[in-house]
Design a protein around this ligand. Structure first.
Ligand code: C2E
Ligand code: CA
Ligand code: CA
Length: 549
């Protein structure tokens, strides 16, 4: 039997045939969608021919910002008809990193637009790992001679033990990848070298480490004003690459020991957070976090730390908010909302809890807990309120790779003996955006829908492609976000928008819900517009399961 990649291979120019013996080869169309891969690529990346075709070039890179930025820079060059050569970190189908030396070669059509792009790659993972290992042993970054990250950690721990006072300064070069994109490949190392020299000259005698491709850490006993002076110094001492000066700016974050944070990982995290917020504001500054932000960070790490115990001890609760069906005048659905009250931290709202759980992976366990509670309640309500269903908020992470959500749900429904049609899943537009890209999730949704689970598009109208999702995903209900209901009666434009949403949704055969309805006036206005159901404090806030039964 011939696989897809073998079939396609005949299309390749013959010169490549001899190369493919030892190189990994992939080819994309002008949009970056993979049209061909050879056997070597499949072997390294663990993809199967059937699954890889049609995936995008970007999906082959790890998700972190650095790698995605690099992928975009490469694609930019290729789109402009320029080839690219360099080292890249990629990701196997199972999310494991591997390293390649890559050459990207564009093929342009007669109009000068990209027709296809060929990627030749040599696996250099062993080399990279060896280098990392050596750097770890030698405690040094080979390219710059600065301390490595490992050395930085040991040194910071020594400082802490000695009780020294110091500032932990994180410094990142702004727009590194777009800068690099302007230059040839060699100029990258000139730039890093020259930048290192500037750091060494300015922070004389201070410990300096390279912690990423274009990220550095300085440990200094000087104050903020001195650290910030580095920006001016960079302006006065411009870096020349290929005979012209680069307009270089940096972003950075300063965290003090012992005042702000007390351990290496906390210092690092806080300095990185400070830098990221500077970058979000446009970059070009070095600053410290406010005491308030440090408090937030510490709270976050405390929540992170305590979450597992809370789950173990079943310290989480689920409350239920009623949704009134207009046609019958009855509450037909209760939305399950998770609650957590910790003795030390106090109440933790889901808006704070869920993002942390998504990050630390506990979202799976929390999701399972909420579904199990919801299914148990739905069963209890069977006799007295046979029409009532429970809707559960879900996070895209819970859908995992291919059938994670389905397996989780099936086992819970079996255990609780709850029929599937008693449960609805709410998904947000952020979720929908990812689901649309990830066919596996859409397929899973379709399987679940076949089994009787209904999907609700939550926070409708807050994303940028709401109407498209409504058409493409297996969704039977739409929940208009509370921001629209908020200004429904105060802004005429909002009123028109909501009217439009209801009309369009209904024409698509959807059941339309409004959330965050707080007043009688809002309720009446929505009813007049033909809304199917309303939810909000006007109908009732969240209550305990016992209060419903
Ligand atoms: P959401 O799904 O949009 O939930 C509605 C939120 O609005 C709830 O906040 C609810 O208490 C609040 N709310 C209800 N009626 C009104 C009203 O009339 N006016 C106003 N201003 N607010 C109202 P909550 O419980 O803090 O939940 C926040 C978000 O956290 C939820 O937004 C949902 O996206 C997420 N969430 C909650 N529980 C879970 C869960 O178990 N799993 C997942 N993945 N996410 C959850
Ligand atoms: Ca919801
Ligand atoms: Ca919502």
């Amino acid at each position: 039997m011939k696989s897809a990649n073998q079939l396609n291979r005949t299309e390749l120019p013959t010169v490549m045939d001899s190369l493919v013996e030892f190189l990994m080869v992939t080819r994309t169309d002008g949009e970056g969608l993979i049209t061909y891969t050879n056997h070597n690529f499949l072997a390294s990346s663990n993809w199967t021919p059937k699954r890889i075709l049609g995936k995008s070039f970007w999906q082959m890179f790890s998700e972190d910002e650095h790698n995605q930025a690099q992928a975009h820079a490469i694609w930019n060059r290729v789109s402009n008809g320029k080839s690219w050569f360099g080292k890249v970190e990629k990701m196997t189908r199972h999310g494991e990193p591997y390293f390649v030396q890559m050459m990207a070669i564009p093929t342009m059509d007669a109009n000068g637009t990209l027709e296809s792009s060929t990627f030749l790659e040599l696996d250099v993972t062993e080399e990279v790992k060896l280098k990392e290992k050596l750097q770890q042993i030698a405690f040094i970054d080979f390219e710059t001679g600065l301390m490595s990250r490992h050395k930085l950690e040991t040194l910071v721990n020594d400082y802490i033990e000695e009780g020294r006072h110091f500032s932990f300064v994180y410094i990142a070069i702004d727009h590194y990848y777009t800068l690099k994109d302007l230059q040839s490949y060699d100029s990258e190392s000139v730039l890093i070298q020259e930048f290192t020299n500037r750091l060494k000259r300015y922070f004389q005698g201070d410990a300096i480490a390279r912690v990423g491709v274009s990220q550095f850490v300085v440990l200094t006993s000087f104050g903020d004003w001195f650290v910030q002076g580095f920006l001016q110094f960079l302006k006065e001492q411009p870096i020349y690459v290929e005979n012209h000066s680069l307009p270089l700016s940096v972003s950075g974050g300063i965290v003090r020991f012992p005042e702000d944070q007390q351990t290496y990982s906390h210092l690092y995290k806080a300095a990185l957070t400070a830098t990221k917020s500077i970058i979000e504001l446009g970059g070009g500054r070095i600053s410290s976090l406010s005491a308030e932000s440090h408090k937030d960070l510490n709270r976050r790490s405390l929540i992170d730390k305590k979450m597992l115990t809370a789950l173990d001890h079943r310290n989480l609760q689920v409350v239920y908010q009623p949704q009134l069906d207009i046609a019958t005048g009855k509450v037909l659905v209760y939305e399950a909302l998770v609650r957590w009250e910790d003795e030390e931290i106090g109440p933790i709202q889901p808006d704070e809890l869920i993002p942390i759980a998504e990050e630390n992976g506990l979202i799976h366990a929390i999701g399972a807990f909420v579904i199990e509670e919801a299914a148990t309640l739905a069963m209890k309500l069977m006799t007295d309120k046979p029409d009532v269903r429970i809707s559960v908020n879900t996070s895209v992470r819970e859908f995992g790779d291919s059938s994670q959500m389905k397996e989780k749900l099936t086992s819970i429904l079996e255990r609780t003996k709850c029929p599937p049609h008693k449960i609805e899943f709410e998904i947000t537009e952020k979720f929908a955006f990812q689901a649309e890209q990830e066919q596996a999730i859409v397929n899973q949704m379709k399987v679940l829908e076949d089994e009787g689970i209904q999907f609700i598009l939550d926070d409708f109208g807050t994303g940028y492609a709401s109407f498209r999702y409504m058409q493409q995903l297996p969704i039977s209900k739409v929940k208009i976000d509370k921001v629209f209901i908020n200004s429904l009666l105060t802004m005429p434009k909002t009123r028109q928008l909501v009217e439009g949403m209801i009309l369009f949704g209904k024409s698509m055969g959807q059941y339309i819900i409004a959330e965050g309805v707080e007043t009688e006036e809002q309720f009446e206005a929505l009813k007049e517009m033909g809304i199917d159901a309303v939810q909000g404090y006007y109908i009732g806030g969240p209550v305990n399961g016992d209060e419903i039964t």
